[in-house]
Ligand binder design. Sequence first.
Ligand code: SF4
Length: 407
Amino acid sequence: VPQHAIACPFCGLVCDDLVLEGERVETHGCAKGAAGFARRPLHLEHRVGGRAAPLDEAVAAAAKLLAAARLPLVSGLAADLAGIRALIALADRLGAVIDRWQSAAQQVNLGLLQQTGGLTTTFGEIANRADVALLIGGDPGRRQPRFFERLLRNRTALYRSAPPFVAFIGPGDAAPADAAVGERVTVAPEALLDAVSALAASATGGRLAPATALPLSALSALGERLAAARYGVVVWDIAAFPAAARSPALAILLRLLRHLTRRTRCAGLALGGEDNAQGAAQAMLWQAGWPGRLSFATGVPQHDPWSNDAERLVAAGEVDALLWAASLSAAPLPKAGVPTVALIAADAPETAAEVEIRVGIPGIDHGGTMLRADTVVALPVAATRPSGLPSVASVAQAILAHLPEAS
Ligand code: SF4
């Protein structure tokens, strides 16, 4: 049976060393990847008003529903790049708001980077150069199961001769169990901002204010170790911080990276990127100038991180139709309480959407392109088990074609 190297779309690492042999995919021990490739279609019928309908009828009904809305919301966006681009074009034509669901943490990372700039690293740099890695807030391995194997325990590295020193700072229940982690400093979420301040003060030669709730000597030692690294990396999970602490904590970390890079190298990486979240952000940036929370309601793209927040718009009842697109995950459709068109994978549960269109999964039913979570490379994923299910891109383009001509 011929073997083919393929990439995996089921987390932000987009590992490109998987092997397809017939219909079997070798995921190198990754259970998440194996579960992804084992997904099987459970519902193949498209539905309009709760009854089965051919694709053409469902597309026409979706176009009619969306065209009748005053302010539609396009969300979900768990799709390959072609799907996201087609959804952006559709949002533009509809005068809709477009935003990923639960994009708050990603918006903190992108907003701060936009305001202050930042020194970010790549998976390749971590795997080949990092000699000290600090993981702050969360365990990368929970969302990206091969993170440690591929980036920190990799046997062949181009520019380092020994494995990096790896430490974790964060809540005890989020501490990584991976053997690569040499030190775990337990800090409760509500104290994480202070811990980051103490770490930065120590790394930059500042004085630490006494704080009884913090493990100061351990934080101080980690700060000094980061400052002494040849190529240090800081990997943070901004969602681990309380909402009000996210921006201040990130501002401190970005300042720390800038400070250390004046005389050595130190760079950061924000955890995330599942369901092609970075692809969605970057495609919006390329197409419309901002990486999310966009409104086309005035005829030109406008970014407002508060008013164009998908969850806020739904909670406030400010949108009157929803186009939900989630082909990569079988995540449940949010209860929006407005007429809904759902483009969902064939293994997602049935919904109460007025129009439900079953779409293929990129990397299984059809090929596509995924942006890796470090945003430096877009990787092709193959049709490992091709089916006749339409892609998000083809359905969004078909809905667009059914809309009345723009006046
Ligand atoms: S780590 Fe992520 S990309 Fe790699 S095989 Fe596992 S699920 Fe797929």
